[in-house]
Write a protein that binds this ligand. Structure first.
Ligand SMILES: N[C@@H](CCC(=O)N[C@@H](CS)C(=O)NCC(=O)O)C(=O)O
Length: 216
């Protein structure tokens, strides 16, 4: 069967998976699940039956049916290694994974919609405080990411030098989010340059939120 990707145009976790699928040249069917306030399709029983965690992305190719973008990316890497997104050897392979975790474990979960809504609605943060929360976790992660990527700038335009890796698939959506919330990026010139280089590639362009059929 053609793999199905349950996705939402603005979901940065789904954006990661779209990048990897495109980069590896894999065909897939886009199934849009709206996270838009008022629609909340991800919270309806129909989607809950597919993904009990009620989050996007979710990937089903008839062999595996899984949520969690990092698990999906690892699965794609193991199943379709011909166009790799992980370096073949250590220590780079682990370094790429560690970089991915900066975004997927230490930035994104703290800045997710349901977390920032909780900070506002349950903990009573003002709009400014909510924005400060968002900016804080981006800054913490991006400072480290910038330093790491600068150390590979001599080797090429992508996060880890000459080859596109999963690190780029994680960075591009996260920087897209930072721009969406108008956060200043002056302190991260290398990250901005890496994202510009990635966005020259068709695989990244086709994965962009604005290129999605459900983009409103
Ligand atoms: N750790 C999960 C995070 C998935 C996630 O949080 N997805 C967001 C969109 S980027 C979502 O579905 N949010 C819905 C909500 O917060 O209710 C992954 O990497 O797939």
């Amino acid at each position: 069967m053609t793999p199905k990707l349950y996705t939402y145009w603005r979901s940065s976790a789904a954006y990661r998976v779209r990048i990897a699928l495109n980069f590896k040249g894999l065909d897939y069917e886009t199934i849009a699940v709206s996270l838009a306030p008022g629609e909340n399709e991800h919270r309806k029983d129909e989607y809950r039956a597919i993904n009990p965690q009620m989050l996007v992305p979710f990937f089903d190719d008839g062999n595996v049916a899984i949520g969690q973008s990092m698990a999906i990316l690892e699965y794609l890497e193991e199943t379709y290694p011909d166009i790799p997104l992980l370096p073949a050897t250590e220590p780079l392979r682990s370094k790429v994974r560690a970089f991915c975790n900066i975004v997927s474990c230490d930035i994104h979960p703290l800045n997710n919609l349901r977390v920032t809504s909780y900070v506002r609605d349950v903990l009573g943060a003002s709009k400014d405080e909510q924005r400060g929360w968002y900016a804080h976790w981006i800054a913490e992660g991006f400072q480290a990411a910038e330093q790491i990527s600068v150390s590979f700038a001599h080797a090429g335009p992508y996060t880890f030098g000459k080859d596109v890796t999963l690190a780029d698939a994680l960075l591009v959506p996260q920087l897209y989010n930072a721009r969406r919330f108008n956060l200043p990026l002056d302190e991260y010139p290398r990250l901005v340059a890496v994202v510009d280089a990635c966005n020259e590639l068709q695989a990244f362009r086709d994965a962009a939120p604005e290129s999605q059929p459900d983009c409103t």
